[in-house]
Design a protein around this ligand. Sequence first.
Ligand code: ADP
Ligand code: MG
Length: 257
Amino acid sequence: MKLEVKDITYSIDSKLIVNGVSLGIKEGDFVGLVGPNGCGKSTLLKNIYKVYRPDSGTVYIDGRNTAEMTSRETAKEMSVMQQENNVEFDMTVYDMVMLGRFAHQKFFHTDKVKERQIVLDAIKEVGLEGYEDRSFLSLSGGEKQRTLVARALVQQAKLIILDEPTNHLDIGYQYQIMNILKKQKLTVFSSIHDLNVASCYCDKVLLMKKGQIVYTGTPEEVFTPDKIRELFGIDTQININPATKKPNIIFLPDLAE
Ligand code: ADP
Ligand code: MG
């Protein structure tokens, strides 16, 4: 088992936001976290990647309790792409991606040529070749997003945690970013906004509602009209996507409402 979360609870201002969540993610699996706005996805992920400390419960990576690991040890095991990235000061795309290397760099014995190549390769991988010297803050939302994916990739951790990585991206880049992630053969745990994107890429999907994981299963098992109505309050028709053979969710809004 790569990632194991045992009975995490977390409150903000004495309001219970994460309510007893347990989950397990196997090595090599691509797992999606799906649920309505405000159900606690980002808060749960922050408890896993140690921005928050759970009120109770434990997170294990390969059997090790993450609360007992240093930030450098944690960074070697999991890389993170957060939802909000409030970058305070500007830097180039190259420097931003290089930040992902911090856990690997030693004070004296860093192979600068190799480090540079890892960073350039990742920038190319996300389609930003030629953007190395551009200022990060001058980028479009989608370009920023792809820069941050590159930063997470160069960290070379086996587990990558992402919080709505395809937000702000047009449809082409949404699928491109997910393809890049899928290709790496990493263990991926990602909150995903778009149900069809989740359906297309995930081996397993966790449906979250009001701080709890209420359903877990393959896209076929969890993306049913009943469950989607329960979570999102909208009717759907589920077809099979001819390209991916995965459930394709068609939304049926009530226009008379
Ligand atoms: P999601 O990512 O699923 O949209 P979040 O985890 O961001 O949900 O938020 C879950 C709930 O916790 C929301 O009601 C949100 O308003 C609340 N919340 C999250 N962070 C804070 C915070 N720093 N202060 C107060 N409330 C917060
Ligand atoms: Mg969120």
